[in-house]
Structure formats: structure tokens, C-alpha cells
Write a protein that binds this ligand. Structure first.
Ligand code: DC
Length: 210
């Protein structure tokens, strides 16, 4: 191993970063944090209770991340709205840094992991795909879960969330200058994993497992 391995994965929704993050974490035996879940907890709780988003962010516990409602599209929209509030982002910073800098190393995926949370991470990936490819994946995922929706609506909601996440002043979605760009529009999960792994191995990191 070439020092502590922290893998920072950023990119827009449904580009394949979650699947990639889980596979890389399993391969290297590292803990994984989906940072989007933190914003989802804040968005859903503030919507449900009326409590100030920054206060919820300051009190967040790891046990809050298990709520199945966090996976819905409306939770994603609520998350994207509270994610534009600088105080919410500040109050979630320590939780994410503590996770990233644990002695084992870690994998984190989100929007600002390589730019703000761990700017010194030795491995940064920016995973993207065309809006059509991402909307198609998201649509299939929703259909499999039994959700009643249509493709143009999925595309429109995705475009709205992308715009909000990219244009906000606080830690907007963007690739770190030293990130490896991975466009998964024409890749399946295996091909994306192979490309990311080849990049990480070129940096001198290997799995110490069997
Ligand atoms: O990755 P996701 O779809 O679960 O994220 C939900 C929202 O949370 C996303 O639209 C923007 C916000 N987010 C963020 O601002 N910063 C992160 N590191 C992760 C998510």
C-alpha cells in the first residue's frame, strides 16, 4: 500500500458513482460513506418537522442514515435544496472528515468530496454520463421499485437538481483539477469499475485482500 487510501468520488446523480463506490470499497476492504444521505436526512427531517436545517445537520447521528424514505426522489429534491445552505454544509463537514480520515482509509461519494471535504485525497474520480443516459438509468431504477413515473418527468427533475447543485455558491458540483474523469454513458458497471481500478493501481494502490 502507498499510504492511506482515501477515494473521493464526485459527480451528478445517476452517473453510477454509488455503485462504483460500493464496489471499490469492497475490493479494497474500506468503509464507504454515501454523503448524499446526510443531505437527505437534513432535507427530509426539516420538511417533516419544520426544524431548522442547520440545526438538524449539527445534531446528525450515524443511526439517522438508515431510514428507507431517504432513497426516494422527493428526498433527493429536498436534499438538493438544503445543500445550498452554507451553514448546513459547514455543520456536516466534521462528520464527513472524521469518516474520511479514519486510520483504515475510506471511500466517500458525493458532490464536493474531492474539492472541499478531502482536497488532499490521493485518489479522486469524477463520474459523469449524458443526461439521457442518467435519466434512463434512474427511470429503470424507479420502475423496478414500482414507482409510477414517466421518462420526461425523470429527465426534467434531474435537470432541475443538476442545475441547483452546479450553480449554487457553496461548494458547487465540479470536478477537482486532479480528478480522473470517467464518462459512463456507454459503460456498464463492470467497465466503469475496471477503468477506475486501473487508474487507482497506476497510483500504486493494490488490494491487500485475497
Ligand atoms: O447523491 P444524492 O442524490 O443522494 O444527493 C442528494 C443531494 O444532496 C444532491 O442533489 C446534492 C446534495 N449533495 C451535496 O450537495 N453534496 C454532497 N457531497 C452530496 C450530496
Amino acid at each position: 500500500m502507498n499510504g492511506r487510501l482515501i477515494i473521493a468520488i464526485d459527480g451528478p446523480s445517476a452517473a453510477g458513482k454509488g455503485t462504483l463506490a460500493r464496489r471499490l470499497a469492497a475490493h479494497f476492504g474500506l468503509p464507504h460513506l454515501d454523503t448524499g444521505l446526510l443531505y437527505r436526512v437534513v432535507g427530509v427531517k426539516s420538511h417533516r418537522t419544520g426544524q431548522a436545517p442547520a440545526e438538524i445537520a449539527a445534531e446528525l447521528q450515524a443511526s439517522d442514515l438508515a431510514d428507507p424514505e431517504l432513497r426516494t426522489d422527493s428526498a433527493g429534491q429536498q436534499a438538493s435544496k438544503v445543500a445550498a445552505i452554507p451553514k448546513v454544509r459547514d455543520n456536516l463537514l466534521n462528520f464527513q472528515r472524521k469518516f474520511a480520515y479514519q486510520p483504515s482509509g475510506a471511500v466517500l461519494d458525493g458532490r464536493d468530496v474531492g474539492t472541499v471535504i478531502c482536497p488532499d485525497a490521493p485518489v479522486k474520480l469524477f463520474v459523469t454520463a449524458s443526461p439521457e443516459a442518467r435519466a434512463e438509468r434512474r427511470y429503470q431504477e424507479l420502475r423496478e421499485r414500482g414507482a409510477d413515473t414517466i421518462k420526461p418527468r425523470v429527465l426534467a427533475e434531474m435537470a432541475e437538481r443538476d442545475r441547483r447543485d452546479s450553480e449554487r455558491a457553496a461548494a458547487p458540483l465540479k470536478a477537482a483539477p486532479d480528478a480522473f474523469l470517467l464518462d459512463t454513458s456507454d459503460m456498464d458497471a463492470d467497465a466503469a469499475f475496471a477503468a477506475a481500478l486501473a487508474f487507482i493501481e497506476r497510483k500504486g494502490f493494490r488490494s491487500s485482500g485475497p
